[in-house]
Design a binder for this molecule. Structure first.
Ligand SMILES: C=C(O[C@@H]1C=C(C(=O)O)C=C[C@H]1O)C(=O)O
Length: 95
């Protein structure tokens, strides 16, 4: 059974369903770009971590992580800190 546009979007009018369907396509495209940027960030972060480990240092650098957390918090508030912590975990694993 195929769901109607109204059922899929929760809208009560076809006009609203059309707006939501179009905006969801934009969100899906944005999410694809965000995921691509996260994957790019992970690759760049890995280069840094490998260089530091090869030089005899540690994978993690907490003072730099504080800078990254502050950057996201300044831009996005408290949820930005949580987002940055998730990004850091994706980039260097759990600590
Ligand atoms: C990438 C680095 O290494 C680690 C990963 C970080 C990151 O992904 O932003 C930040 C600090 C380090 O724990 C770095 O030191 O810049």
């Amino acid at each position: 059974m195929t769901a109607t546009a109204a059922e899929k979007t929760g809208a009560r009018t076809t006009e609203a369903a059309d707006v939501i369907t179009g905006a969801r396509e934009r969100i899906d495209a944005l999410d694809d770009r965000i995921i691509g940027l996260i994957q790019e960030r992970m690759a760049v972060s890995a280069v840094i971590q490998q260089a530091r480990i090869r030089s005899g240092g540690r994978r993690v650098n907490l003072s730099r992580e504080m800078e990254v957390l502050g950057h996201y918090r300044d831009a996005l508030g408290k949820p930005g800190t949580a987002l940055a912590m998730t990004l850091l975990e994706l980039c260097r694993g759990k600590i």
